[in-house]
Design a protein around this ligand. Structure first.
Ligand SMILES: [Zn+2]
Length: 350
């Protein structure tokens, strides 16, 4: 790790806070395209944490999490460096889509290459300019294609440092998720840099609860690695639970889905969790869960084809403890948005 921090040729000195635009391929209108980055370097050296969002351009909730994070006065006492990249896939973000203009998914193309496709080049730029300057990382995502996720962390718990920060984040559920080929998480973990993926909410939507939990989790991670002091950030009382397995409950037929199972709901094997019927059906098809567990993701669009993924269910050794942890989590996030110093009023839903 070089002592200096240099992003796209711009040096960031101790105690400095600056915005940097990393050039990427222009639009075909000749318009310059850049990835905006905000760097806060404390006066004292310490860990270098990148926090990024919108690798999938339609997963916008992380952009709001980063915006709120950057407004916190607590960061004036930062030790080390925070590198915030609110919009990685700038092309997809503009078009409200997950993909790049070449129809590729950025999170399957890391670490990328200098001479590859547009997507591969963008992945390479992120590795060279952001990851190369970092000791830790957090990547913010949301459910895609009308699916909404319960706030949870995906991490490779085999790495002890990753495990430590995964628990520190304070989300109620952790998935010890396999590294997906070509994902940022895989490319970063291969460099032995601990990285978390925060998965919460729904694409193209804001969700106040998800935003609060995200800001709070990032601050808790910063505290756990010594970027913020334990005096300024209170420790979460959430006891995260690691899922033993996850699986999808799929639609047994095509039609319109009715269900009363909500996110965080507890279900048992062979329980009826919904009904599917087309508008003229006299007979409804029951959706039966083959597994027990907690619903960590679900379809919001009730129009389904046979085989569509409807509910993402995580299994635990102790589902009752998870339910209790979820209740604590709701209470804690509701009470205390960022643990200490929220700089603006919380917008209540209309
Ligand atoms: Zn995503």
């Amino acid at each position: 790790m070089p002592k200096e921090i240099k992003i796209a040729g711009n040096q960031v000195a101790s105690g400095q806070r600056r915005s940097i635009n990393i050039p990427v391929a222009r639009l075909y209108t000749h318009t310059e395209m850049t990835i905006p980055v905000h760097v806060l370097r404390g006066k004292k050296d310490g860990p270098r944490l990148f926090v990024c969002a919108a690798i999938h351009g339609d997963e916008i909730v992380g952009v709001e999490i980063i915006r709120r994070l950057l407004k916190l006065k607590i960061l004036q006492r930062l030790r080390g460096t925070l590198i915030a990249v609110p919009v990685v896939n700038v092309y997809g973000f503009i078009n409200n889509t997950r993909y790049l203009p070449d129809r590729r998914d950025l999170n399957r193309f890391f670490p990328g290459s200098q001479k590859g496709s547009l997507t591969s080049r963008l992945a390479n730029i992120f590795m060279e300019e952001i990851v190369a300057n970092s000791t830790h990382g957090i990547d913010l995502h949301a459910g895609s294609h009308h699916r909404v996720n319960l706030p949870h962390i995906r991490a490779c718990l085999n790495n002890p440092e990753t495990k430590k920060v995964a628990f520190a984040f304070g989300a109620p559920v952790i998935l010890n998720a396999d590294l997906r080929d070509g994902s940022l998480r895989q490319a970063v973990e291969e460099k032995d840099i601990p990285m978390l993926l925060y998965e919460a909410g729904e694409a193209l939507r804001f969700d106040e609860f998800v935003v609060r939990a995200g800001v709070k989790g990032i601050l808790a991670v910063m505290r756990s690695i010594g970027m913020l002091t334990s005096r300024t950030i209170r420790k979460s009382r959430i006891q995260p639970m690691v899922a033993s397995a996850t699986s999808w409950v799929r639609a047994p037929g095509s039609g319109i889905l009715r269900t009363q199972i909500s996110l965080g709901g507890k279900i048992t094997a062979n329980q009826k969790i919904g009904e599917i019927a087309d508008p003229f059906d006299e007979h409804e098809t029951a959706v039966i869960s083959p597994v027990s567990g907690i619903v960590i993701g679900r379809m919001n669009l009730p129009l389904v084809h046979k085989g569509d993924a409807l509910f993402h269910v995580a299994g635990f050794e102790d589902s009752v403890a998870v339910s209790e942890s979820l209740d604590d989590f709701k209470e804690e996030i509701g009470e205390s948005p960022t643990a200490t110093s929220l700089q603006e009023p919380i917008h209540q839903p209309i």
